[in-house]
Design a protein around this ligand. Structure first.
Ligand SMILES: [Zn+2]
Ligand SMILES: [Zn+2]
Length: 258
């Protein structure tokens, strides 16, 4: 399998996943034009997309959907019922949905898709474990805490896209309103760098070959801080030399094979 982030952060999220003959997007939070451009930059065409999976109904995860769906109406849209309803309501996209039950595995072609509920202030948010044989991609962003189910999925991943949203000190000293700070740091907010490190220690993903830190706050984090936070955890679980990167908002990542 291969994965590339097209953009990651509160201004838009989309991940391109290739495997089993499919080209899936996880979330569609960049404009359709930007999605097309960033796919083209890595030699893929937006016309090859065979499905879009949604994590939750925040606009940074679906804002490109209305135009994408108008141009590519046959591409199935995967979400649980509450997320599909909320996104349909916000975007007017009320057809093309393939509804799954959270925690009940399903397939897209040769790919098997597992989902787990995530604690976040959205209708019915989920994370994913997308597998083709022994290759398993974990996608866990936009979650206030790591649940048992999220850790179990992470433990089996060979590639993980894991949220490292903020540095707790930078968040507390930022000029954001107290209510927003509390929301971000709360149980239904976003994982901090330290929480991402703790998640690695607790999940102990023995077969992990690639770790991509995601949804970094542009105000309250920096790539080097997120990377520094997780390195000791990776060393402690015996993975000091895996492929490690922090995903950017404005540029696509490299392509990672796993
Ligand atoms: Zn988000
Ligand atoms: Zn969100």
């Amino acid at each position: 399998m291969r994965v590339r982030s097209l953009g990651s952060g509160s201004k838009g999220n989309s991940i391109a996943v290739r495997g089993g003959g499919e080209l899936l997007l996880v979330d569609c939070g960049l404009s359709c034009l930007e999605t097309k451009r960033r796919l083209a930059a890595c030699g893929a065409s937006i016309a090859e997309v065979t499905g879009v999976l949604f994590t939750h109904d925040h606009s940074d995860h679906y804002s490109g959907l209305a135009t994408f769906h108008k141009k590519h109406p046959a591409v199935p849209l995967y979400a649980n019922g509450n997320t599909a309803d909320a996104i349909a309501c916000a975007t007017g996209v009320d057809d093309g949905w393939c509804i799954f039950e959270t925690s009940e595995p399903f397939s897209i072609g040769a790919l098997s898709i597992e989902t787990f509920a995530t604690p976040h202030d959205a209708a019915d948010p989920v994370g994913y474990l997308i597998s083709e044989g022994a290759s398993r991609l974990f996608v866990g962003t936009d979650m206030g805490i790591m649940t048992v189910a999220a850790k179990e999925a992470l433990s089996r991943a060979t590639c993980a896209i894991l949220e490292a949203n903020h540095d707790p000190m930078l968040l507390q000293t930022s000029n954001r309103p107290l209510s927003l700070k509390q929301r971000i740091a709360g149980r239904c907010g976003h994982l901090s760098n330290d929480q991402a490190a703790a998640a690695l220690l607790e999940a102990h993903p023995a077969h992990l070959s690639t770790l991509l830190l995601a949804h970094l706050s542009q105000e309250c984090n920096a790539a080097y801080l997120a990377l520094e936070a997780v390195r000791p955890a990776l060393a402690e679980i015996g993975l000091p030399n895996i492929s490690l990167a922090a995903l950017a908002q404005d540029t696509p990542s490299a392509t990672y094979e796993f």
